[in-house]
Design a protein. Structure first.
Length: 308
């Protein structure tokens, strides 16, 4: 029986600080038949030099790409998916780490359970690589429950996912129109296209949690999540009442966070709220309040408000 080839997909953005240790965790894999595909997304540091050094010291195929400008993680991952040649796809972010048995455990579990993808367990590490939480395992959820549960709490991290290549063989890709939650959306699509999942009972991902990385600018995060909820608002696999509730909450948060600083963004969210619930006062409140808000901020004001 031929050992399967795994395509390891790494999008890199300002990755120079961590990429060497990430690549070391790839080299340490006990499943040794893999190809590595890395794409630097328009912001260039010393990542290329570190990848070149790594490639010179391995016999495995290493392919390095660069986007001429920043295109975002979805387009970057899609580019790498298009170039992959493996029997399996393993996602890895440029600052995360795998335990040496990550690939071997993932492939063995899928083979034993006759599944198309695996949702991994994880440990959390800080920026220095110290463990902050260990042994976090995904909940075992039925395919019928999973889309709504994912919108409630995204328990799937890309670096913990391994899939059979056929999952992406019919053109399934990350939605480049989403600015937030594109990985969550992809997982919902995988479930809805009928691919059975395994739920790992072992933590083989060390997920690096940065102090300021979770949401970026809060208003931008709320806007992005609203876009995601709006996409699935008429998705028959999702609990519609719950999705509507989440959408209204995200739009309300966006309006609240931008009311005093960015009138146009507040007004846009308010219009969406009015469209969803024209009889409810909250949309009208933020819509009218936006006309009393300043529309222009100088750079120092943006910096203080974390809007730059």
């Amino acid at each position: 029986m031929t050992t399967p080839l795994v395509s390891i997909v790494i999008p890199a953005y300002k990755a120079g600080r961590y990429i060497t240790t990430t690549l070391a965790s790839v080299r340490a894999q006990t499943h040794t038949r893999w190809e590595l595909l890395i794409c630097e997304d328009g912001i260039f540091d010393d990542t290329a030099e570190q990848v070149k050094t790594f490639a010179a010291n391995t016999t495995n195929p290493v392919r390095f790409f660069q986007n001429p400008k920043n295109l975002g993680v979805s387009q970057t991952r899609n580019r790498l998916l298009d170039a992959s040649q493996g029997d399996f796809i393993a996602f890895l972010d440029a600052d995360d780490l795998w335990t040496p048995d990550h690939l071997a455990h993932s492939l063995a579990t899928m083979e034993a359970e006759h599944t198309d993808w695996i949702i991994g367990g994880l440990n959390r590490i800080d920026s220095l690589g110290h463990f902050t939480e260990q042994g976090i395992l995904p909940p075992v959820i039925s395919p019928q429950e999973m889309p709504t549960q994912l919108l409630s709490y995204n328990f799937i991290l890309p670096s913990g996912m391994v899939t059979r290549a056929k999952v992406f063989g019919q053109g399934l890709r990350f939605d480049t129109h989403l600015s937030v939650g594109e990985d969550l959306d992809l997982c919902i699509q995988i479930v809805e296209t009928g691919h059975k999942a395994s739920f790992s009972r072992k933590a083989t991902l060390n997920y690096r949690k940065h102090p300021a990385s979770a949401t970026g600018e809060p208003a931008r995060f709320s806007e992005g999540m609203a876009q995601l909820y709006a996409k699935h608002l008429r998705d028959p696999a999702v609990d519609q009442a719950f999705c509507l509730h989440c959408l209204i909450d995200s739009l309300t948060n966006t309006a609240r966070l931008t009311r005093k600083t960015q009138a146009a963004r507040c007004r846009k969210a308010a219009r969406q709220l009015i469209g969803l619930r024209p009889w409810h006062p909250i949309g009208w409140f933020y819509y009218l309040a936006s006309f009393a808000s300043p529309t222009t901020l100088n750079e120092s004001q943006k910096k203080r408000l974390n809007l730059g």
